[in-house]
Design a protein around this ligand. Structure first.
Ligand code: GLY
Ligand code: MN
Ligand code: MN
Length: 480
């Protein structure tokens, strides 16, 4: 809960530049003469039903305990200019709502919980906030759905935030998510690691609606890859660099979803091995490989996370292709292990076995393959120091607060969506490498659904073999 009413700068008070709320003639004039604007929450179909079923699952895990979560507020950049708002993922999972500053309380009662969504009502004509509140004043943010429209759309009790203020004493002893840290401190609730962990664990198995949202995000990402690949020749010829391709994807993500699900990575040549190359400020080197790690976040906030490494000129060099082939073999080995009932980490070990063997065959390992693969070795990971997969959902690294036993140490279940993303990262300044391998970075990342009988590669519309990627890249140029 915040107060973002625009405050006068101290030196202005009592000057010739008045605060509008202190000018009766102005207040009277601006309060009248506005037509009614119909407003409706912009909800994807099925969002309310999915959220209700998520609340039922959470309720069962916390009988007798009042729970509180917040949507959050955008961080301030300067004055009343904020960074973009993105609602808290668990809050969205439980409500389907993305309203800034809203609060969900699941009030404990015998046999379950009563969920109430508290939200700041928009300030409409006749309220001073209409013209003076930059966060919720309709003159600033446009006509917005109100309490009644939200209650209708979500089929949940919705009340103004002031109603929560009035009974905030009842929050004493409640369990709060991290998103409600400030509220917890103000009203005697406890920020609960157990609540965060449980939410992470419950969010791991996606229902049909969530899988549909992920499919939408991934399909939009696949078309975003095509849009970016189509721009490579222009980015090179006009010397527009990585920035142009990053902007191309981000525009696509904003147009066909909510935006990018994480900072887009576009790394050409020596930037490709840099795991989180989000600076994206270099040139596109025509003869080098170009790593693209990009994901569209759907309007429901479910995100894709896909990587392909493409030849900027349409054909891989022999060295680039050899690296790509090894990563592809590791990728296929990992994908092969994904099915219900197998240990989550099986894909990791299968892919690492291939990587370690390949590096050994190239003479890059200082020890045997078995020594490297042992927990005491891990030398192969000099060239692959990151994780090579994770759960995917509302967050790109979804469910990250779950216990080891519920995540890394668990078996796969139908409904899990995860990435598989082996790579090899040969840095330009790594002196252990022969010169022809320096500055090559390759990652293959797919989004995979665990099904009842095996798995489905949701991002499988993009090729994973070097020849297929070359042909696909050139196809995008021909189609332009
Ligand atoms: N793009 C972040 C990741 O692949 O995990
Ligand atoms: Mn990933
Ligand atoms: Mn990624």
């Amino acid at each position: 809960m915040t107060d973002q009413t625009i405050q006068p700068r101290p030196p202005y008070a009592g000057t010739r530049y008045p605060r509008l709320v202190e000018v009766p003639a102005f207040r009277e004039f601006i309060a009248q003469g506005w037509d009614d604007v119909p407003t409706h929450p912009d909800l994807p179909e099925g969002a309310a039903e999915a959220a209700a079923s998520h609340r039922t699952r959470l309720s069962a895990a916390f009988a007798g305990q009042t729970l509180v979560l917040c949507a959050g507020v955008a961080p301030v950049r300067n004055d009343d200019a904020s960074y973009g708002f993105r609602a808290d993922s668990s809050f969205v999972w439980l409500t389907g709502c993305q309203t800034e500053d809203a609060v969900l309380v699941m009030w404990a009662r015998p046999g379950g919980h009563d969920a109430v969504l508290y939200m700041p009502p928009p300030f409409r004509p006749g309220d001073d906030g209409f013209f003076s509140n930059a966060l919720h004043g309709e003159l600033w943010v446009g006509p917005s759905a109100g309490i009644a429209e939200w209650a209708q759309a979500l089929q949940i009790a919705v009340e103004p935030l002031a109603a929560l203020e009035a009974r905030s004493g009842d929050l004493r002893g409640a369990l709060a998510a991290r998103s409600a840290t400030d509220l917890a401190a103000a009203h005697g609730a406890t920020v609960s690691t157990d609540l965060e962990r449980t939410l992470s664990t419950l969010r791991m198995v996606k229902d049909e609606w969530e899988i549909g949202q992920l499919r939408e995000a991934i399909d939009a990402t696949v078309s975003g890859f095509a849009a970016v690949a189509a721009e490579i020749p222009h980015a090179i010829s006009a010397d527009l660099g990585e920035r142009w391709l990053q902007g191309t994807f981000d525009r696509h993500a904003r147009t066909f979803g909510n935006g990018p699900g994480y900072s887009t990575i576009v790394g050409s040549g020596a930037h490709a091995p840099i795991l989180h190359w989000v600076r994206c400020d270099g040139p596109i080197h025509p003869d080098q490989a170009l790593l693209l790690d990009m994901g569209v976040e759907a309007r429901s906030l479910y995100t894709a996370d896909v990587t392909r490494t493409v030849p900027a000129q349409g054909t891989f060099s022999a060295a680039q292709r050899e690296v790509h082939d090894l990563v592809e073999r590791a990728h296929r080995a990992g994908l092969d292990r994904i099915r219900p009932g197998t240990a989550y980490l099986d894909f990791h070990f299968a892919a690492m076995q291939v990587v370690a063997q390949g590096l050994h065959d190239w003479g890059l390992l200082p020890v045997s393959v078995d020594e490297a693969l042992s927990p005491q070795g891990q030398q192969h990971r000099r060239y692959l120091a990151c994780g090579i997969g994770h759960h995917l959902g509302l967050d790109v690294h979804d469910c990250s607060q779950a216990h080891y036993e519920d995540y890394m140490g668990a078996d796969l279940e139908p409904g899990v969506v995860m990435t598989v993303e082996p790579g090899l990262y040969f840095h330009a300044h790594d002196l252990t490498l022969p010169p022809e391998l320096r500055g090559i970075g390759v990652r293959l990342e797919d989004d995979v659904l665990v099904t009842a009988t095996g798995s489905e590669v949701l991002s499988g519309a993009l090729p994973i073999d070097a020849a297929g990627i070359e042909a696909w890249t050139r196809q995008q140029w021909a189609a332009r």
